[in-house]
Design a protein around this ligand. Structure first.
Ligand SMILES: [Cu+2]
Length: 129
């Protein structure tokens, strides 16, 4: 019985060592590349006064960075889309849910951010500079 338990402890401590090495290796890789910065943004997609809109109307990001936009569909009754052609972003978000889209802002400019499900849904713009 004692021997069994000892064996179990050995195994779990070896597993911890392996886990720590893995975390250290990951930290080294991530810390090693200088352009690993991420712009984290939030947007809402759904009903506003007079219709539907993606807000804020202007989202900004830095050229060359990874971008994460947490998009919340604020509608109670239907799905909305979130699309940015230039960065191949296309999502359909269920009502009340938040989806995080990720892409690399690898070019500068002003890009249309829109709902591809509803043509009258007011778009926003993404400015990368
Ligand atoms: Cu929509």
């Amino acid at each position: 019985m004692a021997a069994l338990m000892e064996g179990e402890n050995m195994r779990s401590s070896r597993r911890s060592v392996a886990l720590v090495s893995l975390v250290l290796a990951a930290a080294t890789v991530l810390g090693g590349c200088g352009d690993g910065e991420t712009d984290r943004l939030k947007a809402e997609d759904g009903p506003v006064e007079g219709g539907n809109a993606i807000t804020p109307a202007k989202l900004t990001a830095h050229e060359g960075r990874e971008v994460e936009i947490a998009v919340t569909n604020t509608a109670k009754d239907k799905q909305h889309g979130f699309k940015i052609d230039d960065f191949e972003v296309e999502e359909v978000i269920d009502q009340g849910k938040t989806t995080t889209v990720k892409f690399k802002a690898d070019k500068a400019g002003t890009f249309k951010v829109y709902c591809h499900l509803h043509p009258t849904h007011k778009p926003a713009e993404l400015v990368v500079s």
